[in-house]
Design a protein around this ligand. Structure first.
Ligand SMILES: *[C@@H]1O[C@H](CO)[C@@H](O)[C@H](O)[C@H]1NC(C)=O
Ligand SMILES: *[C@@H]1O[C@H](CO)[C@@H](O)[C@H](O)[C@H]1NC(C)=O
Ligand SMILES: *[C@@H]1O[C@H](CO)[C@@H](O)[C@H](O)[C@H]1NC(C)=O
Ligand SMILES: *[C@@H]1O[C@H](CO)[C@@H](O)[C@H](O)[C@H]1NC(C)=O
Ligand SMILES: *[C@@H]1O[C@H](CO)[C@@H](O)[C@H](O)[C@H]1NC(C)=O
Ligand SMILES: *[C@@H]1O[C@H](CO)[C@@H](O)[C@H](O)[C@H]1NC(C)=O
Ligand SMILES: *[C@@H]1O[C@H](CO)[C@@H](O)[C@H](O)[C@H]1NC(C)=O
Ligand SMILES: *[C@@H]1O[C@H](CO)[C@@H](O)[C@H](O)[C@H]1NC(C)=O
Ligand SMILES: *[C@@H]1O[C@H](CO)[C@@H](O)[C@H](O)[C@H]1NC(C)=O
Ligand SMILES: *[C@@H]1O[C@H](CO)[C@@H](O)[C@H](O)[C@H]1NC(C)=O
Ligand SMILES: *[C@@H]1O[C@H](CO)[C@@H](O)[C@H](O)[C@H]1NC(C)=O
Ligand SMILES: *[C@@H]1O[C@H](CO)[C@@H](O)[C@H](O)[C@H]1NC(C)=O
Length: 631
């Protein structure tokens, strides 16, 4: 402060000494002399001038000289007593002029320029970031005008003009002068043990003044609040798709499924705000089906984001994965990884088909297969409409396949599943089934034999199928089944018979004989391999309806015979209902088997007599042995 006063005094003296020389006014007649004037830089908004006019010759006051005074560009006014005071001066530069016109032939003037500065100096504190997880933060201190006196300094933690309250302290060694008297920088280190807290940086009080003598004053932005947050940031992905608990084979699973398009919304909740925009968040989401559109809902302080799923097909398993690598939190950290969310959207109503082996039967027991297009829940025999027969048994094979056994008590039996009696996992109600009509009558013995073995294979297929359960992933498509030619809805990859291996290995089913039907197309080689490996696996090729070219049929049968023992492959016509189909099946099979065996003879794999035996096996003996048909 002492230094400051000395400095100001010096400036004042400098001004007055120049004044004296200026007021010579170019004449030896009179001399104007200021006795009092404001500081060249004044922190006052008023100014008082005192002056005298001297007769240069006598050094005596000119008492009868008239004087006029003028402030800035204002109008000159008469000023008496050699004294004038101005108040309410604006900040900035001002000029004062006094003139004498005492002797009509002479005009003399003197002027004085000064600056009014009533605004105290202040400094703005800015930090490189206000939310941080790091160990230090760089801080800039910018003064509004040069602050003199001792000026800004930071000699030690306890002698620093930047004060730090809370979980941090200045690092004096980092003090840098960026612009002398105007701009400085500093590091503030933050306590490494704090998980979550605050440090307040604020300028010291009255430690310097500007050149006009105004004392340093703190303003709102002379302080900064640093938020320290080193906690992990989590994100929660939620959807509005309802969760359902399913008990599948004594295992409880949660499945998210819906048929409601309005529920296809994904919400992300962050435990702490992030810097990224809604669009950036959206670009980090990977959705397996459809596309994302932001919802109009505001994002709640950059913590909550909502998206809708658009452009989705009527049935889809949707997986939402969040790539968090480029998401940055407000404190500059990454977000902890999160698991993807999966759910099923399905708006298709389940269709249901009733079938039986024979539309006309002499058997009192009628087996009816109820097959839904997808798994349904809450379906039981009370939901089936039956007339002309009595329910004997009802079995659930899989969530989409049921077997109903009836005791016919009329010539005509009608069975159907009415509309809306069951639902799929997404809540879609079923469509009405076909109305199955079975005519019950007496038939010759031979039919009953065929019926018996078709029932046997049917049951076998059902047992195998019944062992396989649904999984979330296969809910929508299909369960594993035996390879069935031409079933469009089937997930063909899953129908590879190699998937049966677990069952084939299972000791409990070691005595179950399993026939892979229809050449196992297109997995003939795999089927052949299974038949060679597992004693209980048999193969069957039915060629009634040539779905393949002759070449295709030949190569499928060749594949089938590639590794399988010849006594495990059986012919069937694959025919039903129409006699012509039986004929066609037999005709195609002869042609194809002939070609296959002929080629084997040419290649030297079989002799002619072995080929003849093979034909007998394929067409008759193997089936007779397998189905124990006594002729
Ligand atoms: C007028 O006064 C000044 C100092 O006050 C002096 O230097 C100067 O000699 C005087 N002049 C006369 C004529 O007395
Ligand atoms: C001014 O005063 C001086 C003496 O101080 C005198 O000689 C002179 O006549 C006066 N002039 C007028 C115009 O009054
Ligand atoms: C005014 O000026 C005249 C000449 O122009 C001079 O004779 C006279 O003395 C002056 N008066 C004063 C007071 O200086
Ligand atoms: C004051 O400023 C004016 C113009 O702004 C200038 O003409 C004048 O000479 C200045 N006077 C002094 C004493 O500096
Ligand atoms: C401090 O000032 C320097 C120079 O102007 C600038 O590069 C830096 O970004 C500033 N830092 C802060 C925290 O404002
Ligand atoms: C400041 O923090 C950075 C990283 O957060 C670190 O590399 C640097 O060494 C620290 N500086 C001081 C002076 O503590
Ligand atoms: C500080 O706050 C004042 C108003 O209070 C504002 O005019 C100025 O721009 C702010 N300065 C900085 C660096 O934010
Ligand atoms: C999120 O913000 C950070 C920082 O601005 C940026 O580097 C990153 O690329 C953003 N992420 C995405 C996905 O745009
Ligand atoms: C989205 O998933 C695909 C395939 O899984 C992958 O190639 C891609 O990199 C993923 N994109 C993002 C942003 O995670
Ligand atoms: C929906 O799909 C159509 C055509 O595939 C495309 O033109 C459109 O941009 C998609 N809409 C959205 C929101 O992705
Ligand atoms: C069939 O299911 C309905 C409800 O889904 C139930 O009320 C009824 O008791 C069940 N009937 C049998 C025989 O399980
Ligand atoms: C079955 O449900 C569908 C859709 O909920 C409805 O439109 C239809 O009228 C219902 N049918 C019957 C017979 O209740």
């Amino acid at each position: 402060m002492i230094l400051l006063r000395v400095l100001r005094l010096f400036i004042f003296c400098l001004v007055l000494s120049t004044l004296c020389s200026i007021t010579k006014c170019g004449s030896s007649d009179v001399t104007l002399k200021f006795l009092k004037a404001p500081h060249a830089f004044s922190h006052l908004n008023s100014a008082t001038f005192a002056f005298e006019v001297l007769n240069s010759g006598s050094n005596r006051t000119c008492s009868n000289c008239s004087l006029s005074c003028k402030l800035d560009d204002g109008v000159a006014s008469v000023c008496t007593n050699g004294r004038v005071t101005y108040s309410s001066l604006q900040d900035g530069n001002h000029g004062f002029e006094v003139c004498t016109n005492g002797n009509h032939s002479f005009v003399g003037c003197a002027s004085y320029n000064w600056t009014v500065d009533t605004i105290p100096p202040t400094a703005y504190v800015t930090a490189s970031t206000t939310f941080t997880s790091s160990s230090n933060v760089s801080v800039n201190i910018s003064f509004t005008e040069p602050c003199i006196g001792e000026g800004f300094g930071c000699k030690s933690v306890n002698a620093c003009n930047l004060l730090v309250y809370g979980a941090g302290q200045v690092v004096p060694s980092s003090f840098r002068v960026l612009k002398p008297n105007l701009m400085y920088s500093l590091l503030v280190s933050l306590s490494p043990t704090v998980q979550y807290g605050r440090a307040i940086l604020v300028m010291d009080r009255s430690f310097c003044t500007d050149i006009a003598g105004n004392s340093f004053t703190r303003m709102a932005n002379s302080s900064v609040h640093l938020h320290i947050d080193r906690r992990k940031v989590y994100v929660n992905i939620r959807t509005r798709v309802p969760e359902k608990l399913l008990r599948i084979n004594s295992e409880t699973r949660t499945i998210q499924a819906t048929n409601d398009l309005n529920k296809l919304k994904v919400y992300l909740y962050f435990s702490s705000p992030i810097v990224n925009s809604s669009m950036e968040v959206m670009s980090s989401l990977n959705i397996s089906r459809g596309s994302l559109v932001p919802t109009s809902a505001e994002n709640l302080g950059n913590r909550r984001f909502g998206f809708m799923i658009a452009n989705i097909s009527s049935t889809a398993i949707v997986s939402v994965e969040f790539n968090l690598k480029s998401i940055i939190t407000r404190q500059g950290t990454h977000v902890s990884p999160t698991a993807p969310v999966n759910f099923l959207y399905d708006s298709k109503r389940p269709a249901v088909m009733l079938s039986t082996h024979r539309m006309r039967t002499k058997d009192d027991n009628i087996q009816i297969l109820i097959e839904f297009s997808k798994p349904v829940f809450g379906f039981n025999n009370s939901r089936v409409s039956i007339s002309g027969g009595l329910l004997k048994s009802f079995h659930k094979l899989r969530w989409r396949t049921y077997i109903l056994e009836l005791q016919a008590d009329d010539d005509l039996v009608f069975v159907s599943v009415p509309e809306n009696v069951t639902r799929d996992v997404s809540g879609n109600k079923n469509l009405a089934s076909n109305v199955l009509q079975v005519r019950h009558y007496s038939v010759p013995l031979i039919s009953s034999v065929i019926s018996a073995f078709t029932t046997a294979t049917f049951a076998l297929t059902s047992i195998v199928a019944g062992l396989l359960t649904i999984s979330t992933a296969s809910l929508q498509s299909s369960d594993i089944t035996l390879a069935r030619f031409g079933d469009r809805g089937l997930n063909l990859r899953m129908s590879n018979p190699l998937y049966l291996q677990n069952i084939l290995e299972d000791k409990r089913f070691a005595k179950c004989r399993i026939v892979l039907l229809h050449t196992s197309y297109p997995f003939s080689k795999e089927a052949s391999y299974l038949a060679s490996l597992y004693s209980q696996v048999y193969l069957d090729f039915g060629l009634a309806i040539p779905k393949l070219s002759v070449h295709g049929m030949v190569s499928a049968v060749k594949d089938l015979l590639e590794q399988a023992p010849l006594n495990k492959v059986m012919f069937s016509t694959d025919a039903y209902a129409f006699p012509e189909l039986f004929y066609l099946g037999a005709k195609n099979a002869r042609k194809v088997v002939f070609t296959v065996l002929r080629d084997s003879c040419i290649d030297g794999d079989l002799t002619v007599s072995e080929a003849v035996e093979a034909a007998k096996d394929l067409f008759a003996r193997n089936s007779i042995n397998f189905y124990k048909i006594i002729s």
